[in-house]
Design a protein. Structure first.
Length: 375
């Protein structure tokens, strides 16, 4: 082996070792990377780096490090790879991406831990939904050590700084997850010397408080934090919580900063009486069998149909219609299209969109008839 060949192999080895340690930007840029591409095409050096370190690659990735199974939900702890921020505001969510039956599926879940500067881990709680493709896959097949795709923390449902002195939380069912993160963060701040604010938390659950996944934690906080008052509402006995019930539960509701998370119909009802309420519809796993319909591409004069498990993009491609797209995962926004008529449902979180609103064709399905430009 001559000196030039030996030098090249030594540099190549250093490049891959850098990448495996996390210096991907340095390792896969510059003349050496471009030279290596001539030997790795159609893949890139980045793709081979991911074989050395699975947390590195084109996409932001994470590894499942712990799965705690509870009667009604799972708590999944993730260690993100380089490039994934772990600083977030309590109340925000992240996106999880899994390959299911050969297709990448994405769902958003609220982070449930309190932000910690010294930890590179993230925790989400997931409630398996009967017939829910994503949640059932997590419940039945997810394993510790598994590599999944991630999207960065996002969302504007979080507390401002400084924290208001009087807060009101309204949660129902799985809608408690972002508020749990807020409460854990407030407790963490209290333990560091910051006074706990005046908080009233009304939580609606179908069943007794003792059966609630976070019931014991909330009861302990209620007993230990003088500023925190918990009001449990058992909807199985008292019926669905409505704005008419609220004055007796929280007489000074209008003087508090109001945050609510729960099913869409509940939030709509309360928003009418409390227009200043900050709200977040909890993220659900959508059973696509409830949706589907006819799609018209107005600019092309073409029509096709889609089942609830076939996205608008996939239905178009099956008809030979080439819609602009990028990641096919609902992240890059390349495939965004305006709805001209009808409605569509985003399979990631169950949100429904109508005329004049924008949808991602790669992760949405029609809800009845739907018209988009198609160009």
């Amino acid at each position: 082996m001559n000196a030039r060949t030996s030098s090249f192999l030594n540099k190549t080895g250093k490049t891959l070792r850098k990448a495996a340690r996390g210096s991907l930007d340095q390792a896969t840029e510059g003349p050496l990377s471009r030279f290596l591409e001539t030997f790795t095409t159609p893949l890139t050096p980045v793709d081979y780096v991911s074989l050395v370190n699975p947390l590195r690659g084109r996409e932001v990735r994470g590894q499942i490090t712990k799965i705690d199974k509870h009667p009604d939900f799972l708590t999944v702890t993730l260690t993100p790879g380089p490039g994934m921020p772990t600083n977030f505001h309590a109340g925000q969510f992240i996106g999880l991406g899994l390959q299911i039956d050969g297709r990448w599926r994405w769902r958003c879940y609220s982070l449930t831990d309190a932000p910690k500067r010294s930890h590179r881990s993230l925790t989400v709680s997931i409630k398996p939904v009967p017939g829910g493709e994503f949640t059932q896959h997590i419940a039945d097949r997810a394993k510790v050590g598994q590599i999944i795709r991630l999207s960065a923390p996002g969302g504007d449902f979080y507390l401002p700084q400084p924290v208001p002195s009087k807060l009101l939380f309204l949660t129902a069912g799985a809608g408690i997850t972002p508020v749990i993160s807020m409460l854990r963060w407030l407790k963490q701040e209290r333990d560091s010397g910051t006074p706990f604010p005046d908080v009233i938390h009304v939580h609606s659950e179908r069943g007794p408080a003792a059966a609630d996944p976070y019931g014991e934690e909330l009861a302990t906080l209620h007993a230990d934090a003088p500023g925190y008052r918990l009001v449990n509402w058992d909807s199985s006995e008292r019926g669905r919580l409505t704005p008419a019930d609220f004055p007796s539960l929280v007489p000074d509701a209008t003087s508090r900063q109001f945050y609510a998370c729960g099913p869409g119909p509940m939030l709509d009802a309360f928003r009418a009486d409390y227009p200043g309420m900050r709200s977040e519809k909890f993220h659900i796993d959508v059973d696509g069998s409830d949706y589907g319909g006819e799609i018209t591409f107005s600019a092309l004069g073409k029509t096709t149909t889609s089942t609830g498990s076939t996205t608008i993009l996939e239905a178009a491609e099956a008809e030979g219609i080439n819609l602009i797209h990028g990641c096919r995962m609902g992240i890059c926004r390349t495939c965004v299209a305006p709805i001209e008529d009808g409605a569509a449902v985003d399979l990631r979180d169950g949100s429904t969109y109508g005329p004049g609103e924008q949808i991602r064709t790669c992760c949405s399905v029609p809800s009845g008839t739907l018209t988009i430009p198609g160009k």
